[in-house]
Design a protein around this ligand. Structure first.
Ligand SMILES: Cc1cc2nc3c(=O)[nH]c(=O)nc-3n(C[C@H](O)[C@H](O)[C@H](O)COP(=O)(O)O)c2cc1C
Length: 209
């Protein structure tokens, strides 16, 4: 299940009616182009691979979710889907307007449920689609609600071509006490077969199993 963290997310499997690639227009319009000291190594049990990592993501049409699932599968990390208390429209043109209105209002959409044992995670894989050159506002809700000081954030984005835009600096501003790795940026279509890119990225940032 994509919602394997703790017990919270029984409501988390919204179905999406859109195709996984609703945003052809963006391809053109937006193209720019272990922490503890090793004191008693003999007697310490080995930590489970990925046991201290959590994949947190928002996805409207499934592309970011596919990347999130691949990261979880390759690392053994838990996952938590950011889901807004008030669902977005399933209509593409309508969600474009909803997203823009939320951005203009600097909104903080409420997140369904809460992340159990958040403090126990050292590594947060944080994924989202590029929405109008920014993170969806629910990512700002998450960064406001949770303190990521001392954690490592490994960001990933799915986009029609814009990549992260200014999202990486926004994350850094919101979480000055966190370490942020190089990000993984995939196009909408590359997001659908992310295995190789995820493996390369995990190796690059030092989190390959
Ligand atoms: C509301 C909205 C705004 C978008 N804005 C951009 C954008 O500014 N730049 C871009 O490259 N893609 C943009 N896209 C395209 C998405 O980033 C892209 O389709 C992504 O793969 C969707 O990920 P998801 O399936 O996880 O929701 C936008 C899509 C939506 C729905």
């Amino acid at each position: 299940s994509m919602n394997s963290t703790s017990s919270e997310k029984s409501t988390g499997s919204q179905t999406r009616e859109q195709s996984s690639q609703p945003s052809e227009e963006f391809s053109t319009a937006f193209s720019t182009s272990e922490g503890t000291p090793d004191t008693t190594p003999e007697s310490m049990p080995e930590p489970e691979p990925g046991a201290n990592a959590l994949v947190i993501y928002f996805s409207w049409s499934g592309n970011t979710e596919t990347i999130a699932g691949e990261i979880a599968s390759q690392t053994g990390a838990d996952t938590f889907q950011l889901e807004p208390a008030t669902a977005y429209s399933t209509d593409y043109n309508t969600v474009l307007d909803e997203a823009q209105a939320e951005q203009r209002a600097d909104a903080r959409p409420e997140i369904v449920g809460s992340i159990e044992n958040f403090d126990s995670y050292d590594v947060i894989y944080l994924g989202f689609p590029n929405w109008w050159g920014d993170m969806p506002m629910i990512l700002y809700s998450f960064l406001d609600d949770y303190d990521l000081s001392g954690k490592t954030i490994a960001p990933f984005v799915s986009s029609g071509g814009s990549g992260f835009s200014d999202a990486l600096s926004a994350i850094a501003s919101a979480e000055p006490g966190a370490t942020i790795t190089d990000g993984l940026s995939l196009s909408s279509s590359a997001s659908q077969t992310p295995g190789g890119a995820v493996a390369d990225w995990l190796a690059d940032i030092g989190f390959a199993e």
